[in-house]
Design a protein around this ligand. Sequence first.
Ligand code: ITT
Length: 209
Amino acid sequence: MIIDKILIGTTNKGKIREFKKLFKDLDIKVLTLEDMPEKIDVVEDRETFLENALKKAKEYANFYKLPVITEDAGLEVELLNGYPGVYSARFYKIEFGGVENIGDGETKDEANIRKLLRLLKGENNRKARFVSNIVFYTPESFGLWTEGYLYGRIAEEPKGDKGFGYDPIFIPEGYNQTLAELDLEEKNKISHRGKASYRLKKLLAKILK
Ligand code: ITT
């Protein structure tokens, strides 16, 4: 298969930063939605990471007529039976665990973190994992899918200002710092997104000749 550019289909600035670095060594031009003048809105209403990632991939590939890489990711907390899971981005406003209002000047990420810490207050089992499902999809309907996990635990309070989302309260296994205290390079080496991207690059290397 010969392709000369690929579009990373995500609207999340934190993810864009990480993906740009992760796919820097691909031998083709890597575009992001920030390079596209026309925007489309894709609703993530599926029950699994893979279905959401595939839905985004199909809609972006068909609209932009380009091969795309999309991802659906999230945080699964053992004590909460896998929640927030596919609801990670909008956890603060779903009924499970009670709706959390966004305070003045507060971000969605901060409201999500506040809600999660409230639900885990005083709990000993703080085990959690990040999940990443990445889909590569072309307008000709050729698709690939990879997955990556990062295991760890939820901290008692937020720490660090790097990264995005739940990074300030996630401590990876074998670390004493949160993901938000690690440099981008170090996070990419161990993260769910880093692992799924590495697997995708290996598959792409076989077909992009
Ligand atoms: P796109 O759909 O446009 O890619 P999004 O922010 O909606 O952007 P997801 O649907 O994949 O992305 O939602 C993932 C949410 O899970 C994200 O908003 C964070 O709250 C959380 N999340 C995923 N990966 C994370 C990471 O590496 N660090 C911290 N939080 C993460």
